[in-house]
Write a protein that binds this ligand. Structure first.
Ligand code: ARG
Length: 460
């Protein structure tokens, strides 16, 4: 047991208490951030005259050597230390002696952990944005490729109207664009520096909080020291945005699973992104999509769990907050992993254009356009709706599509129909004439793709 406290205690900590209380098994994840924060703190302590140049140099060298040894494996982070902060400080004192004992001047573990967590989340947010950008680029390329790939659009999972695959993917493009912009917004609010908040009430040392904020590329120091140590809103916001990303990925996964099924065969997943069955030799399963869908639950769980943890905590720091870490780390790793795998999965899948087109052709997806044809020839829409309903019933009985009916058959139901009905209800017409912005027609899609080109180029 290596603890940073103990002077006022007359007994050793019970081992079970120690284990229950310790966080090193998980907070070692922000070792790099802890070192970075300590270096900034010491640099500022020196600039404000609290530490001498020599003390600063020896502490920074010591911190660098600890970082190096952990990286090269010669120094292990072990359970002997209560948390990562104790590990760094104890090792520093071991290595450089007296000067090491000055590192914690004007600092508390409360503002230290608040800083480390913020630095960690900030780094991970940037990485998540990069993965989202890669996914957006993949979807964008698929959209460009499939402007003329017809498929049924669905409502209630019933065939509704013909669309294109570019249009369908375009819906996900918009969802992930919103996710990306949510992360950008969250970053702005997250980017304030709590270091210098002390335990809760600041310190009496003349700390230069602007300087530490600047050294670590924060926009500003936090403006209330109690809030500085006890704010976890930025984690909640991030988890909420992550839960939404997972919800989007899960919906998309559900479609991939359906499209990849034997019944649909709209797509085929690449062998490298599929798995087999131990008993059924013919199987090629969409496990990755299923796992992404399944892992959505744990990210929702992290959000719900932290909201619940935070709801009863009086100001300022309380140990409950240590519970923010494991589930947040897990959610971050889950979202990043799912984004990367989902991206690879859709980038490598094969699209079966013929199956999609045949499916769009067979489900009366052009019925609305047949009604519109009648309206354009003077029939009131409600009457047109009824007439086309009769046509559909007739086709169902004969097991044919609207396109397969003869003109005599059409005329038997309504004399308004003429030879040009076939062109009016062809799938090409149905899609290609829908060209208001946001619709699946090729002109509208080209406009949206051009907007998305600019959008992707604007992402740094
Ligand atoms: N491991 C603690 C946490 O994650 C660090 C802060 C400890 N502060 C304290 N007063 N015990 O929250």
């Amino acid at each position: 047991m290596a603890q940073l406290w103990g002077g006022r205690f007359t007994k050793e900590t019970d081992q079970l208490v120690y284990n229950f209380n310790a966080s090193i098994s998980f907070d070692q994840k922000f070792f790099a951030q802890d070192i970075r924060g300590s270096k900034a703190h010491v640099t500022m302590l020196n600039a404000t005259g609290i530490l001498t140049d020599e003390e600063k140099d020896v502490i920074i060298k010591g911190l660098d050597s600890i970082a190096e040894d952990v990286a090269n494996g010669s120094l292990a982070i072990t359970a002997e230390y209560e948390d990562i902060h104790s590990f760094v400080e104890a090792n520093l004192i071991d290595r450089i002696g007296e000067a090491g004992k000055k590192l914690h001047t004007g600092r508390s573990r409360n503002d230290q952990v608040a800083l480390d967590m913020r630095l960690y989340c900030r780094d991970e947010l940037v990485e998540t944005k990069e993965l989202l950008k890669q996914l957006l680029t993949t979807i964008h390329n698929l959209m460009k490729e499939h402007i003329h790939t017809f498929m049924p659009g669905f409502t209630h999972l019933q065939k509704a109207q013909p669309v294109t695959l570019a249009h369908h993917f375009g819906a996900y493009m918009e969802m992930f664009k919103r996710d990306y912009s949510r992360l950008t917004d969250i970053y702005k609010r997250m980017n304030v520096c709590p270091l210098g908040s002390g335990a809760l009430a600041g310190t009496t040392y003349p700390l230069d909080r602007n300087m530490t904020a600047q050294l670590m590329e924060f926009d500003a120091p936090s403006l209330n020291s109690m809030d500085g140590v006890s704010d976890r809103d930025y984690v909640l916001e991030m988890l909420s945005a992550f839960a939404t990303i997972m919800m989007h990925l899960s919906r998309f996964s559900e479609e991939i699973i359906i499209w990849n099924s034997n019944e649909y065969q709209f797509i085929e997943l690449d062998d490298a992104y599929s798995t087999g069955s131990s008993i059924m030799p013919q199987k090629k399963n969409p496990d990755i999509a299923e796992l992404v869908r399944g892992k959505t639950g744990r990210v929702y769980g992290a959000l719900t769990s932290l909201l619940t943890t935070m709801k009863g905590i009086p100001l300022a720091y309380n140990k409950d907050m240590q519970e923010d870490k494991e589930l947040t780390f897990d959610a971050i790793d889950t979202v990043k992993g799912c984004l990367a795998l989902f991206n690879g999965m859709i980038a490598t899948m094969t699209v079966n254009k013929d199956a999609m087109k045949a499916s769009a052709r067979n489900g009366f997806t052009n019925a609305t356009d047949a009604a519109d044809y009648l309206v354009n020839h003077g029939v009131a829409f409600r009457d047109a709706h009824g007439i086309v309903g009769q046509l559909v019933l007739y086709c169902i009985e004969k097991d044919i599509a609207l396109d397969d009916m003869t003109l005599e058959e059409y005329k038997a139901i309504s004399p308004v129909f003429e030879e040009d009905i076939y062109e009016a209800i062809s799938m090409e017409t149905c899609v290609n004439k829908r060209n208001t912005i946001g619709a699946p027609g090729p002109d509208a899609m080209e406009q949206v793709i051009a907007i998305n080109d600019d959008y992707l180029n604007s992402l740094q």
